[in-house]
Design a protein around this ligand. Structure first.
Ligand SMILES: Nc1ncnc2c1ncn2[C@@H]1O[C@H](COP(=O)(O)OS(=O)(=O)O)[C@@H](OP(=O)(O)O)[C@H]1O
Ligand SMILES: Nc1ncnc2c1ncn2[C@@H]1O[C@H](COP(=O)(O)OP(=O)(O)O)[C@@H](O)[C@H]1O
Length: 198
């Protein structure tokens, strides 16, 4: 924290904003390997919420790395800083009353827990997009696994960079041939409804 700073209490607060929007602000944190389906499911979920007039924002690794985190690479230190910045941004969005969906590999448990620690109880929902690396590599939507195997990309998650599996995610999207991305998004949406977030 910077020195000599004083927190300003604003007249309009998170509860006021959330009340006006008739929703419970939260962070739906999708984590998983590259190609596991985070962006696809996150997009479909945001569309479902948007169609119900909910105020949402989707923070996606590839996109955030075009701007806010464009100066960061993929070694461990850079990934920690990436998730630290994203967590702080997510917290600001929650303060604005928004339902935030994030799609970052976020390979380290401590960093995911850091985001949880910034928020109030129940505001952080960890979703483990648990697709085996063999399936991700087979999909290889951006051709990155191929490049990583050829040695053209260093520190690639699951190949020469670690992914720490969540121990107790709020939601576990276990890979199955029979559950489509649309069905996974619907399952997440129903959970949000059931638990009173929307
Ligand atoms: N070395 C390496 N390892 C993993 N991923 C890589 C790498 N280099 C580039 N990319 C692309 O960057 C996307 C992951 O960015 P993230 O910000 O989500 O990563 S992290 O949370 O900081 O680990 C990731 O996006 P997704 O495939 O959507 O996960 C890739 O498109
Ligand atoms: N059940 C599923 N859930 C999510 N993605 C799936 C599923 N089945 C196939 N896919 C495909 O897998 C790829 C996942 O890519 P993407 O969503 O970019 O993953 P990530 O954001 O985790 O890198 C997409 O091409 C998507 O269409």
């Amino acid at each position: 924290m910077s020195e000599n700073i004083v927190w300003h209490q604003h007249i309009v607060d998170k509860a006021n904003r959330a009340g006006a929007l008739n929703q419970k602000p939260s962070v739906i944190w999708l984590t998983g390997l590259s190609g596991s389906g985070k962006s696809t499911v996150a997009n479909l979920l945001e569309k479902k919420l948007f169609d119900k007039q909910k105020k949402t924002y989707l923070l996606d690794g590839d996109n955030v790395r075009h701007g806010l985190c464009g100066d960061l690479g993929f070694d461990d230190k850079a990934r920690v800083e990436n998730i630290r910045r994203v967590s702080e941004v997510a917290k600001l969005f929650v303060d604005s009353g928004t339902i935030v969906i994030t799609a970052f590999i976020s390979p380290f448990k401590a960093d995911r827990e850091f985001c949880r620690s910034l928020l109030c109880d129940g505001e952080f929902i960890e979703v483990f997009v648990d697709t085996p690396i063999e399936v991700c590599e087979q999909r290889d939507p951006k051709g990155l696994y191929k490049k990583a195997r050829q040695g053209d990309i260093k520190h690639f998650t699951g190949i020469d960079s670690v992914y720490e599996t969540p121990d107790q995610p709020e939601i576990h999207l276990a890979y199955s041939d029979s559950e489509s991305a649309e069905q996974s998004a619907e399952r997440l949406y129903k959970m949000l409804e059931l638990k009173g977030y929307v």
